[in-house]
Design a protein around this ligand. Structure first.
Ligand SMILES: Cc1ncc(C[n+]2csc(CCOP(=O)(O)OP(=O)(O)O)c2C)c(N)n1
Ligand SMILES: [Mg+2]
Length: 550
C-alpha cells in the first residue's frame, strides 16, 4: 500500500462517505486511492465552501466532515472554513497536499507553510512524514476533532509520502467513549442554588445544539418546568410545545427577552460558548449565573459565572433533575412575561407591504417550512430577524453562524443539510451580498441533484453594515451595489428561478419551489426600514417605558 491508500483505508475506518474539495496535482495519488474506495469525491468550485460543507456535516451529525485541497493557494482557501469550524465548534478534517519533503524538484514553487498557517485555526495541525504513522494519526485526528470542544484538524500529506510504499498496516479500531458526569457534591451544590432561586431562567447556548443532546435537554426543561430562552446558536434545542420558550437573545441587551433576563435572579446557562455575540451582558448587578457545560466556562468581561457544573451534559442534567423535579416552587415565576414578549416579537408579521418586511419574510418562511424543515442562514441583517422571530421546535432546524459570522456559508451549509436530509425541506436564506460570495456552488448543488431552495433577500446593498452606519449616525455611503438578474442567473445554471412580485407572493413561490423538487432560486426584495423602526426606535421606547436602566 502507498501512503494515499493507507490514508483512504483509515478514512473508511472512520466511516467517511464523501470528501469535498478541489484537488491539485499533489493530491493525485490520493484521488486515485479514493477512486478505488467506497468514499465519494465531491468536487466543489472553490475550496472555502468545501470546508463549510465539511464543517456542517460535523455540526449536524457529530461525525467530522472531510475536505481536501492542494497545497498553497488551495489550502489557503480553506482557512476561512477552518476558522468557521473552530469558532463554531464543528468537527472537521482538512487534508491538504504538499510538494515532496524528501527531495524538492520544484524548489519553492507554490510552497507555503500551511501547517503553521493552520495551527491557530485548528485544534491540531500535522504534516504526515511517513506512511507508517498514518493509521494512528488519522485516528487521533478524528478523536481530537470530535472531542469536546469539537473543531477542525488539519493533516498535510506531501506527495512523496502519498506515493511511498509501505507495508499494509491495519487502521486503529474505534471505540465509544463515555464522558464523566458531574460529581454528586457539585450536583448537590447546583441543586441548592436552583432551589434557592426566586425567579430562575434557563439559557440554552451553542453547545446545547450538539446533535446528541436534543432529547436530554427537552427532558430537563420538561421535568423542571422552568422557562427558558436561547442564544442564537442554541435555538431549537428543546422540542416544541413546551410552553416555556421565552424568546431568543439575538441582541445583547434591550430586546423584549431581556425583560425576563433582567428580572431573573438565577440563570442556568447550559452550553454557553462565549464565541457567540453575548446574549446578555453580565455586570455587577443582575442575575447569578450557573454554568453547565462539557467544559468549564471561559471568563470574559461580560460572562463570569458564579458556579459551574461540568461533565457530560445530558446525564448530568438528568441527575440534576432527579434532585429538583417537583420541588421548585418558584419555577414558573417569570412565565407571566412570556405572552407579552412573544406578542411584541410577532408584531406586524403579516403586514402586506412591498417590498416585504423582514418580519413578513420570517413569518412566510415559517408557514412553508414543516417542523423538521431546515433553514440555513448566511450572514446579514436578516440573521437578527430570523434569530429573533423564527420559532423552532426541532433541534438544528435554524442553522446560523453567530461565531465567525462569515458571509458565504449559507448556501454550502444548506447543501450539506440537504445531502444529509434528502427527505426534509431545506432552505438557504442569503443576502444578495453573501449569496454572491459562493454562488458558484449552485453548479455543485445541481450536479449533486439536491432538493434545495435558495431564497435571496435583495436590497442591493451590504444592508447590515448600512444599518450600523445609520445607527452610529454616519453618512449613508459606499454600501450599495448592483446585482445580476437572479432569475436569469439561476437559469444559466440549469435551475429554476423566480422573483417575488407582491407582498403575498413569497409563500406560494416557496411552496411551488419545494413541491417541484430539485434546486430552485427565489429572489425577494426586502424593505429594511424596519431595522431602524423596530430594532432601534421601538426598543429604545420600550427601554424608556420599562424605565429599568439609567
Ligand atoms: C466574509 C465577510 N465579509 C464581511 C463581513 C461583514 N458583514 C457582515 S454582514 C455584511 C453585509 C451582508 O450583506 P448581504 O449579504 O447583502 O445581507 P444584508 O445585510 O444586506 O441583508 C457584511 C459586509 C462578514 N461578516 N463576512
Ligand atoms: Mg443585501
Amino acid at each position: 500500500m502507498n501512503g494515499a491508500e493507507l490514508l483512504v483505508a483509515a478514512l473508511e475506518n472512520e466511516g467517511v462517505r464523501q470528501i469535498f474539495g478541489v484537488p491539485g496535482e499533489e493530491n493525485l495519488d490520493l484521488v486515485e486511492a479514493l477512486r478505488r474506495s467506497s468514499i465519494k469525491l465531491v468536487v466543489t468550485r472553490h475550496e472555502q465552501p468545501a470546508a463549510f460543507m465539511a464543517a456542517t456535516h460535523g455540526r449536524l451529525n457529530g461525525e467530522p466532515g472531510v475536505c481536501l485541497s492542494t497545497l498553497g493557494p488551495g489550502a489557503l482557501n480553506l482557512t476561512t472554513g477552518a476558522a468557521y469550524a473552530l469558532l463554531g465548534a464543528m468537527p472537521m478534517i482538512m487534508i491538504t497536499g504538499q510538494k515532496g519533503i524528501l527531495s524538492s524538484k520544484q524548489a519553492r514553487f507554490q510552497v507555503v507553510d500551511i501547517v503553521s498557517t493552520m495551527t491557530p485555526l485548528t485544534k491540531m495541525a500535522r504534516q504526515i512524514v511517513s506512511p507508517a504513522t498514518i493509521p494512528s494519526i488519522v485516528r487521533e485526528a478524528f478523536r481530537v476533532a470530535q472531542q469536546e470542544r469539537p473543531g477542525p484538524v488539519h493533516l498535510e500529506l506531501p506527495e512523496d509520502i502519498a506515493a511511498d510504499q509501505a507495508p499494509a498496516i491495519a487502521p486503529v479500531p474505534r471505540h465509544a467513549i463515555a464522558l464523566p458526569v458531574a460529581p454528586p457534591a457539585a450536583l448537590d451544590r447546583a441543586a441548592e442554588m436552583i432551589l434557592g432561586a426566586k425567579r430562575p431562567l434557563i439559557m440554552l447556548g451553542a453547545a446545547a445544539s450538539r446533535p446528541r443532546l436534543a432529547d436530554a435537554l427537552s427532558e430537563f426543561v420538561r421535568r423542571l418546568q422552568v422557562p427558558f430562552f436561547n442564544t442564537q446558536m442554541g435555538k431549537g434545542a428543546v422540542a416544541g410545545g413546551s410552553g416555556l420558550y421565552m424568546g431568543t437573545a439575538a441582541l445583547s441587551e434591550r430586546d423584549y427577552v431581556h425583560d425576563a433576563i433582567e428580572r431573573a435572579d438565577l440563570i442556568v446557562s447550559i452550553g454557553h460558548d462565549t464565541v457567540e455575540k453575548p446574549p446578555f451582558l453580565m455586570g455587577p448587578r443582575g442575575p447569578r449565573v450557573l454554568h453547565v457545560g462539557y467544559l468549564p466556562a471561559t471568563v470574559e468581561e461580560v460572562y463570569f459565572p458564579h458556579a459551574e457544573l461540568i461533565g457530560d451534559v445530558g446525564p448530568t442534567l438528568a441527575l440534576l433533575a432527579d434532585r429538583l423535579e417537583g420541588k421548585l416552587k418558584s419555577a414558573a415565576a417569570l412565565l407571566p412575561l412570556r405572552e407579552k414578549i412573544l406578542a411584541a416579537i410577532g408584531d406586524r408579521a403579516e403586514e402586506s407591504r412591498y417590498p416585504l418586511t423582514p418580519q413578513r419574510i420570517v413569518h412566510d418562511v415559517r408557514q412553508v417550512m414543516p417542523e423538521d424543515g431546515i433553514v440555513c442562514l448566511d450572514n446579514g441583517m436578516y440573521k437578527i430577524w430570523f434569530a429573533r422571530n423564527y420559532r423552532t421546535s426541532v433541534a438544528n432546524t435554524l442553522l446560523l453562524d453567530n461565531a465567525l459570522a462569515t458571509m458565504g456559508a449559507g448556501l454550502p451549509s444548506a447543501m450539506m443539510a440537504a445531502m444529509l436530509n434528502p427527505r426534509r425541506r431545506v432552505l438557504a436564506v442569503c443576502g444578495d451580498g453573501g449569496f454572491m460570495m459562493n454562488s458558484q456552488e449552485l453548479e455543485t448543488a445541481v450536479r449533486l441533484k439536491l432538493n434545495l431552495v435558495v431564497l435571496i433577500l435583495q436590497d442591493n446593498a451590504y444592508g447590515m453594515i448600512r444599518w450600523k452606519q445609520a445607527v452610529d449616525r454616519f453618512a449613508d455611503f459606499g454600501m450599495t451595489f448592483g446585482n445580476p438578474d437572479f432569475v436569469t442567473y439561476a437559469k444559466s445554471y440549469g435551475l429554476k428561478g423566480s422573483r417575488v412580485e407582491s407582498a403575498d407572493g413569497l409563500a406560494p413561490a416557496l411552496e411551488t419551489a419545494f413541491a417541484e423538487g430539485g434546486v430552485h432560486l427565489v429572489t425577494v426584495p426586502i424593505d429594511y426600514s424596519e431595522n431602524m423602526r423596530v430594532l432601534v426606535e421601538e426598543l429604545r421606547a420600550h427601554e424608556l417605558k420599562t424605565g429599568e436602566r439609567t
